[in-house]
Design a protein around this ligand. Sequence first.
Ligand code: ADP
Length: 262
Amino acid sequence: ERVYRVTASSVGHGSRLHVLLFKDQSEARRIDRMRADFIANASHEMRTPLASIAGFIETLRGPARNDPAAREQFLQIMQNQTGRMARLIDDMLSLSRLEMKPYLKAGARVDLRQVLDSVIDSLAPVAGENGLAIERQFAEGPMEVPGDRDELYQVFENLLENACKYGQDGDRVVVSIEPGDKGGQPGIDVTIRDFGPGIAEEHIPRVTERFYRIDSETAQSRKGTGLGLAIVKHILTRHHGRLSIQSELGKGAAFTVHLPTN
Ligand code: ADP
């Protein structure tokens, strides 16, 4: 459905010439709808942990008042739920910060090898706790792209965090970087590959949607907000980059980031 606003204005006094301005409003409507959906989803996601906390407070005041073991267990659940709310708020703030400054600062160049090194160093303990080793497969040569270092850090942090979180059936996560030309345009490809349960074909196009989480036991048992890949996609669009996902159920998943070098 396309909606156009038509404005007619006469040119010159008494002229018979009219200028018709057609303005495509369907895009504006789509954005309004997306915003309304986002608020509805976000409110729902926040309400769930809040309702759980409220319920446990009531139980702690009533039936569990004199039961130290139950009290400890309920406090632990409440702490987990506050953690979940904090993650949601952080992710929503990241998204709104990105939306508030729609354009990137021009001029800065980012050394992707250096960014990947620091992301890997910071997540190595998490990988270790999950029984995974992070393997580097870095090609030679300069790996610089124009962009914002903090934003690109967040892209690779989100992807590597997911690989460590969902890739637990494997024994390693591989991070590779290599030159990659897309349609004749010089660029760099960074791939983060895990050997976990992978993603079924029908979910692949949807995992970058806001709040989309796969309804499987593995996915649901891991902490997450469903906003990580939406943030990744948002940042890559600003960098004229692209995310591609290759996966087969039971064989792991590979997320490749393509970034242009100029
Ligand atoms: P979350 O906070 O839930 O991790 P994301 O936006 O990062 O949110 O990911 C969306 C969903 O995509 C996840 O909930 C999970 O179901 C799926 N997913 C993401 N990365 C992987 C992966 N490496 N392996 C399997 N499933 C994944």
